[in-house]
Design a protein around this ligand. Structure first.
Ligand code: AVJ
Length: 314
């Protein structure tokens, strides 16, 4: 695990345009910061998707076209704290559907907390957590022969480049069966004055979230990053529709990473690219699906049309 982290960091920091994989945001501190992010006034994504889940719960369930007499698996990729899904789980359970809920997350800590809180809130719902990243879980999906409904919410897919996202959706489709479903949550393209503040909140929580990556490398890889030596610098180009987060080096500096045994140099103003958060429209989603076995069966949006959940049929 540490070795993979070290390899990924070395690969990213050895490029001429330095990058770090965003999946490493989510250690215990990062999980807690992301929970804070979801509550921020500027971070409209969670509220918008929550609105869809609370006002259109039954329509969502109907779109699954599940049979109450047939057991199915409800798999959630990147479940996090599961706050949106809770609405759905409660309704599915009330309506008498038979299913196991299988949250998949990169953070064991997030899974433990989710399992505990669901145990209390919805004791009748059977929860089977799976730890790992999205690609790792693909194989295990195929092992069972039950119908599947996959939830990929919160615009989590937006952390992938379009090429990786379409490859992932292709592979996911290949591991599912005909008529299985994927509910895909996507943040929609909109003006920068709405999107950018969501990644640059006034209270500085997103800044801490980004800088936490440096603390994590210090703690887990024996690095000596000066967290004060880097600034949080997000960008959003409305035409491209991609929010990008960077850590900006405030001066010329060198950083040793013990676990790798190397020193990395950063010049003043040099950026480390830490995350992309892609925004979508119908055309971009259709483009992602082109080579896959999925087609759009329904689309649910909030009243402001900031966010969309696409129901995809395999
Ligand atoms: C969890 C990937 C949906 O990209 O909006 C929030 C992560 N990063 N603020 C996003 C995030 C900075 C978030 N996702």
């Amino acid at each position: 695990m540490i070795e993979e982290f070290a390899n990924n960091v070395d690969a990213g920091l050895s490029q001429s345009e330095k990058t770090l994989p965003s999946k490493y945001f989510y250690d215990k501190k990062g999980d807690a910061l992301f929970v804070q992010i979801m509550k921020m006034p500027e971070y409209y994504l969670t509220r918008c998707e929550m609105e869809i889940f609370s006002t259109q719960t039954l329509a969502l369930i109907e779109s699954f076209q599940a049979d109450k007499n047939v057991y199915f698996e409800l798999i959630e990729l990147g479940a996090g704290d599961g706050s949106k899904t809770r609405k759905l789980l409660a309704a599915l359970s009330d309506e008498g559907y038979q299913f196991d809920y299988m949250p998949v997350d990169i953070s064991q800590n997030a899974l433990d907390q989710l399992e505990k809180s669901l145990q209390q809130a919805l004791p009748h719902v059977s929860v089977i957590p799976k730890h790992g990243d999205y690609f790792e879980m693909l194989g295990s999906v195929k092992d069972s022969h039950h119908p599947k409904i996959v939830l990929f919410l919160g615009s989590n897919i937006g952390n992938m480049s379009d090429a990786i996202a379409s490859d992932f959706l292709y592979q996911l489709g290949a591991n599912l069966s005909k008529n299985d479903k994927l509910l895909l949550g996507t943040d929609l393209i909109k003006p920068a004055d709405i999107v950018l503040p969501a990644y640059n909140d006034e209270s500085g929580i997103t800044r801490s979230f980004n800088i936490n990556l440096l603390h994590r490398m210090n703690a887990e890889l024996g690095a000596n990053f000066d967290p004060g030596g880097f600034a949080h610098a997000p960008e959003y180009d409305e035409n491209e529709g991609i929010a990008k987060s960077y850590l900006l080096s405030g001066c010329d500096q060198s950083v040793d990473i013990n676990a790798i045994g190397k020193t990395y140099h950063f010049h003043a103003g040099e950026k480390i690219h830490t995350e992309i958060s892609r925004k979508y429209n119908d055309e971009i989603v259709c483009g992602l699906l082109q080579q896959t076995d999925f087609s759009i069966a329904a689309k649910f949006t909030d009243k402001n049309h900031y966010f969309a959940d696409y129901l995809l049929n395999r």
